[in-house]
Design a protein around this ligand. Structure first.
Ligand code: 9D3
Length: 233
């Protein structure tokens, strides 16, 4: 079973999500365990302060190293990257990370324990990245207000790759097949809606023709919207 621990200053943000959809089913099937922890639980001062002003000056606040190191030690038994078992991944979600991908999701789905550190404010004390985390991940080139939504993205994409999480394995097989190209267009009833018709070929019952149409439509759509996916293949 994969254990996922999320360290955040907004644990309530995750409560509902943990209890819906594939994640709920995977948890009930004993495939994964997901917990959201409040970083403030590992502060030692009266006011549970998790942030402080940046050395050298500048705008905004920085998440302090001490509570993060304490949290990771409590959750993994270790507080140095080099001491973690190989199947333990401690991931900092930050704009400075490697851009997340399906390949990284697949790699993470082989782990036994994943700790996700959600950054906030202007950043996280760099000693966390230097000595504690095994991976630093961004989910793309746009500005979020913190790492929490990024952690949700990582959890969703990793959990659905776990054996048994999707119920049937048809989707997983299909996915590896279609990687690197956008999906073909889908239609369902009715065959005409507000004057918009479903392509005749899909109603023809000719499976070879349908297969050809779908491959062609997927390729056209990819060329138009994501030509980068076709660059070297
Ligand atoms: C506008 C603030 N920026 C000043 C140059 C820096 C900045 C600091 C902190 C920008 C974003 C954040 C908070 N973002 C994350 O913690 C984050 C994130 C993201 O913003 N985009 C994509 N992936 C991620 S993962 C974590």
């Amino acid at each position: 079973m994969l254990h996922i621990d999320i360290i955040t200053i907004f644990p309530e943000f995750f409560r509902e999500i943990i209890d819906y959809g594939i994640l709920r089913r995977a948890r009930q099937a004993g495939i994964v365990e997901v917990r959201a922890h409040d970083l403030r639980d590992w502060t030692t001062d009266k006011h549970h302060v998790v942030d402080d002003r940046p050395f050298g000056g500048g705008d905004g606040m920085v998440l302090k190293a001490e509570p993060i190191f304490a949290a990771v030690e409590a959750l993994t038994g270790f507080s140095r990257r080099d001491d973690f078992p190989k199947a333990t991944r401690v991931i900092l979600l930050s704009p400075q990370g490697q851009v997340f991908s399906q390949t990284i999701a697949q790699d993470l789905s082989a782990a036994e324990k994943i700790v996700l550190l959600c950054g906030r404010y202007e950043g996280v004390d760099e000693r966390v990245a230097e000595a504690l985390v095994t991976d630093e991940i961004s989910i793309g080139d746009y500005v979020l207000s913190g790492g929490d939504p990024a952690a949700m993205v990582v959890v969703d994409s990793v959990v659905r790759l776990l054996p048994g999480a999707l119920g049937s394995d048809t989707s997983a097989v299909f996915e590896s097949f279609s990687e690197g190209i956008l999906d073909y267009p889908h239609y369902t009833r009715p065959p005409e809606f507000q004057g918009m018709k479903v392509p005749d070929v899909l109603l023809s019952g000719n499976h070879a023709e349908i297969e050809r149409w779908r491959r062609d439509a997927a390729l056209k759509k990819t060329r138009r919207i994501r030509p980068d996916l076709l660059k070297d293949s």
